[in-house]
Ligand binder design. Structure first.
Ligand code: PGA
Length: 248
């Protein structure tokens, strides 16, 4: 059985004052039956990890470089993120793929770097609107998944997030049947490649998840949690999503 995870991605939002939201969540969730994660901008990883250190909420990063160190101005390695207090790193978010031309091969290298640093990778895949309208969603996600993952995986250190690009930040959500179709295909693809351990990999859905639609999405087979952008910025919204996952 895959563990359940409610992961928040603050993206390029938040300054020190916003750490109060993390503190409020830590106050509300002193224990949880699910895994909880917040990924603030890199500037807030260390203070957030400090605030969350006695809570069940983990702190993560949104990206890393694939090398451990070196002449890469402005980049941050997985080892440095671990040192800063992160235990997870998101790789291959569609905004990184679009804004920084990250290829599946880049995502794979970064994912390998995250695993080598002993952190858990959340690998994102998802089709664009054009690809879905052309009937290619399954094929696109299948290919991204195969090309973005290392050959060897540790199921306890890997999470997959299906995030249709057109559902991110738009308020549009696929139908539950569309989510179910992709998640079933991802589970089958992962099982074919990695064997029975694929059953233990959390498969998250991401894209306009809110407290009001979370319970329906979490009831879909093979959905083990969510990667949440906008609704993770406010403790009250994210708490509603965490509670829906706990109840699922
Ligand atoms: P959203 O973003 O919840 O704001 O749609 C999701 C994501 O990009 O992870």
């Amino acid at each position: 059985m895959a563990r359940k995870l409610a992961a928040g991605n603050w993206k390029m939002n938040g300054v020190t004052a916003n750490l109060a939201e993390a503190a409020a969540l830590a106050k509300e969730f002193v224990a949880s039956s699910v895994d909880i994660l917040l990924c603030p901008p890199a500037t807030l990883i260390t203070p957030m990890a400090q605030i969350l250190k006695d809570s069940p909420i983990a702190t993560g990063a949104q990206d890393c470089h694939s090398n451990e160190s070196g002449a890469h101005t402005g980049d941050i390695s997985a080892a440095q993120l671990a040192d800063a207090g992160a235990t997870y790193v998101i790789t291959g978010h569609s905004e990184r793929r679009a804004d920084h031309s990250e290829s599946d091969a880049d995502v794979r290298s970064k994912t390998e770097a995250v695993c080598a640093a002993g952190l858990t990778a959340i690998v994102c895949v998802g089709e664009t609107l054009g690809q879905r309208e052309a009937g290619d969603a399954l094929k696109v996600v299948h290919g991204q998944l195969l090309r973005s993952l290392p050959d060897e995986i540790d199921a306890t250190k890997l999470v997959i997030a299906y995030e249709p690009v057109w559902a991110i930040g738009t308020g549009k959500v696929p139908t539950l049947a569309e989510i179910a179709e992709i998640h079933a295909d991802m589970r089958a693809t992962l099982t074919e490649r990695f064997g029975d351990i694929a059953a233990d990999l959390p498969l998250l859905y991401g894209g306009s998840v809110k407290p009001s639609n979370a319970a329906d999405i979490f009831a879909v087979a093979d959905v083990d949690g969510a990667l949440v952008g906008g609704a993770s910025l406010k403790a009250a919204d994210f708490a509603g999503i965490i509670s829906a996952l706990e109840a699922s």
